[in-house]
Ligand binder design. Sequence first.
Ligand SMILES: Nc1nc2c(ncn2[C@@H]2O[C@H](COP(=O)(O)OP(=O)(O)O[C@H]3O[C@H](CO)[C@@H](O)[C@H](O)[C@@H]3O)[C@@H](O)[C@H]2O)c(=O)[nH]1
Ligand SMILES: [Mg+2]
Length: 194
Amino acid sequence: MENSIIKNIEHEILSDNWYTLNKYTFEYQKFDGSWEIQKRESYDCGDGAAVLLYNTQKRTVVLTRQFRMPTYVNGNTNGMMVEVCAGLLDGLTPEECILKEILEETGYQLTEVTQVLVTYMCPGSVTQKLYLFVGAYEEAMKIEEGGGAEHETENIEVLEIPFEKALHLMATGEIRDAKTVMLLQYAQVNGLFS
Ligand SMILES: Nc1nc2c(ncn2[C@@H]2O[C@H](COP(=O)(O)OP(=O)(O)O[C@H]3O[C@H](CO)[C@@H](O)[C@H](O)[C@@H]3O)[C@@H](O)[C@H]2O)c(=O)[nH]1
Ligand SMILES: [Mg+2]
């Protein structure tokens, strides 16, 4: 990490259970040139990849639905989230990761996806960099049931819905996962279905 506006970085691990919560204490040079000590916690759950699966003939997208505990404890009544297929890199490249996740979670076997955006999802507190893809799917590519990796107790429901319905669900707030909103809007802005 090279940066002339911070120095003397100290690192401490606050929790290292499933993911890692780090704490950094460092000197930060303010805009007026003076230095101050800052302390920042930083949650490292790894980088990830996500994909909007779309079919222009059928005008459909494939999404997933699963229980997300962090949303349940923050206002999402039944904790269920409708999201694009996504997963953590776990040592793979973003493209390798997302092709594997597509098969595991949705049962489609794709060989090609296109990277369209790279985003920091929550830059004040979470390290995660997320690689966003779109991928064209066809019925013939469905070779497995999907549903998620058994050993990860994922329990993922696969939804194939019209693109217009996905846009409607986004407008009504039933779709409110950020990566999903970004990819649906990407499809809309770039005329993926036109
Ligand atoms: N035992 C245990 N399992 C966990 C824990 N946290 C996550 N898991 C398991 O680990 C799985 C990881 O599945 P992936 O498909 O790799 O990731 P994801 O949870 O779908 O998505 C993650 O990455 C996305 C893209 O970067 C993110 O958008 C999403 O928020 C999340 O971090 C989860 O589904 C869940 O079963 C935990 O604290 N304990
Ligand atoms: Mg996943």
